[in-house]
Design a protein around this ligand. Sequence first.
Ligand code: GTP
Ligand code: MG
Length: 201
Amino acid sequence: MMNIRTAEFVVSNVDVARCPHDMHPEYAFIGRSNVGKSSLINMLTGKKGLAMTSSKPGKTLLINHFLINNDWYLVDLPGYGYAQRGKKQRDEIRSIIDTYLEKREALTNLFVLLDCRHEPQQIDLDFLRTQGENGIPLAIVFTKTDKISTNQLKENTAAYKARLLEDWEELPPIFFTSSERNSGRDVVLNYIEKINNSLLE
Ligand code: GTP
Ligand code: MG
């Protein structure tokens, strides 16, 4: 069972060239603004204020590296698709994300977060499809599971899986989390640990 001994903020920037060069494996979190990326990082590390969160979308605007156990990174990315600040900023953020995904060799797994309350959204389906086509190793995380009933969650995720199977031959790993209730923590951390161990072999 993965134990988080240390979790520290290292660097924030917009430029993938200035991300850490030590080649520790890294696990990044992406999804629409407000889906709960920063909250999930705090939940996984058990450090409430580590990544900045907000009830208003558009909080995280940079690539943020957090070093875990002096050994691997969690990376908090800005959300995509948030229109409020205008097209120019939205395009800038999208270009930060796309450049990171295209160039970052240390990226080991991308967690794509989806709000479990919503029907499949085109922007998420397009994003998943693009990353799949580009061969980015990814997993899906349904967030905010505390906000709906177990039955509703089952219904929503079944519908989502059916929709994904129109694009995907095989579904990626799927996780369910609530940062509010600390649920899904062990499963996600064990998944990361397994990958970390496989890199050592
Ligand atoms: P941006 O940085 O703006 O892209 O957003 P983000 O994806 O990092 O979302 P953030 O973690 O800042 O959370 C957005 C809002 O959702 C905050 O008000 C959180 O408290 C809330 N939230 C996040 N995760 C959960 C969850 O699991 N359950 C509930 N009930 N609320 C959550
Ligand atoms: Mg954030």
